[in-house]
Design a protein around this ligand. Sequence first.
Ligand code: IFM
Length: 446
Amino acid sequence: MPFPPGFLWGAATASYQIEGGVAEGGRGESIWDRFSHTPGMIENGDTGDVADDHYHRSAADVDLIADLGLKAYRFSLAWPRLFPDGDRRLNQAGLDFYQRLVDRLLERGIAPMATLYHWDLPQALQDRQGGWVSRDTASRFVDYADTAFAALGDRVGHWVTLNEPWVSSFLGYHEGRHAPGVRDLTSALRAAHHLLLGHAGAVDAFRARGLPGEIGIVLNLNPVDPASDREEDERAAILFDGNLNRWFLDPVFRGSYPGDMVDHYVGHGADLEFVQPGDLESIARPLDFLGVNYYFRSIVSATTDGLGWDAQRAPEGVETSSIGWAIRPDGLRDILARLRADYPAIPTYVTENGIALDDEVGADGGVDDPRRIAYLEGHVAAAEEAIGEGTDLRGYFVWSFLDNFEWGLGYRPRFGLVYVDFETQERIPKASARWYSGVIAANGLG
Ligand code: IFM
């Protein structure tokens, strides 16, 4: 039996990408509301104002998850629904939305996996103190997390503190391609550190409550390949690996930042004095699991500008998704092998994996997506191989349950198992959703 009994076959979403209802139920503004309404930031001027209207359709959406036979559903809580001003004033209506969602999932026999931070910081915290650049934002996050644990901790079996802190910090505060749109290296490093401190504080708060569930972190991890065997490209690949993978894995699992990257960032003018005694010990608190989001391998060449690397998501001429990401199931197997080799053994989930395609509704009203089926089949097979090689893999979540708001790319890329007509909000399970139901029923590829 390659996939153990009880393996969690699921699908994932995130609050800002699907909920809509941004001004309802007392929700406050998030940095993604502000950013998506800033001209030029999002393709086609799209915003998450309505998205999949999941805020009004959550009950029916849970029924659809159940009808597809999914065992688990990974979603995120919108912090500004609970704390609209980012302070200690709880908006009960916001919490009630997630109480109803969790209750409905459990009624339908679906295990909830709740992510506390999938990028929608209360805008008030950005305005007041620069968001994650401020150490106090980590404390505000712990208060919010503890409120969620108190309310939902008896029913949610799997908690994720942060989704992809590399994206929140480096895309949000260094490249400025994501909210809040800051472009400054020290700010990104401060943000990354304070995100990890918030993670650590949330883990402590969770443990202090003695709750029955499990808690972990989700990282976006890639194997990193040099674009050539030139020494400069090989060195750039090591540095990019340090930026993307080791800058998060090392503190969480070893209690230290990688020395080569500390030197590299300082060499580029960064100031790391925000790290205080004891921080790294806290960040390295033991976790119950690691979530891995995997989409592609990174191909890196040396540059003379920026941080000294250029990372591509596909070599020339290979088959890619509709947003240019190469299809490389071997990368999933490789990243899991690398984790086994370099870091302590830990129960692991593939918390996101999927492909963006230009799906269309056919003449028969269905959505045929054979390329998604092939993609998922390849990656499920890679996950199976990793289990055979020793990874303690406990679950696999397709990104995404629904087509949704893909951040800077708006609604153009469709990642869902379920097609969404954004005019009518009709949901149409794609052929891949039916295929995935079969995999779940067989507990594997059969
Ligand atoms: O849509 C995102 C998700 O929010 C985080 N992980 C990657 C997905 C695809 O880009």
